[in-house]
Design a protein. Sequence first.
Length: 228
Amino acid sequence: MQTSISEHLRDTADGKEANRILRACTHCGFCTATCPTYQLLGDERDSPRGRIYLMKQVLEGATPSASTQLHLDRCLTCRMCETTCPSGVEYAKLLDIGRELVDAQVPRPAGARLTRWGLRQVLPYRRRFGLLLALGRLARPLLRGPLTPLRHRIPPRQPTLAEPDRTQLTRRMLVLDGCVQPSATPATNAAAAQVLARFGIELITAPQAGCCGALSRHLSARAEADAF
């Protein structure tokens, strides 16, 4: 792909990285076969190839719109497109750069900004999320009528699973235990430990691992994600 990165970005770290990634793209379209949003919506702008075009325009100096922001927001960052790209385009890295550039130029509504800020203040912190989840479970029986859909979104308590016998386990596997999953679905790691124990593998956790930073990165807060 031929590029002409705008002068104010050309010599920056993001500009150089984006230019390198864009030049690897050959417009082949193999990525569209594995993109869930394109398969669902059928809109070229909701495909990896289409989003690459949108980000290329912004990187070359075009003014992004709310529509540009919407199509980038719809990407799940599942990276399935990277598995079928014959040119090895690092789409996820480009998307991180593109989203941040667009967000800097397209102000979001106040409600959206508050929601995104709230998510970043709660979900990466296991204790905060666990407390709010406990309060939500207490209030769950009261959520009726128009609030019934909200009640169904609050996960019920899961039964505690027994710890596997560790005496015969000869190998170990590390699991990051610092996100909201141990509070929301604690049986997940316990079930994984039981399955892995069948293969002689002990599942261990990293003390005080904390959040991996994925949430912040997906919400265009890359510096915060790097800190995590």
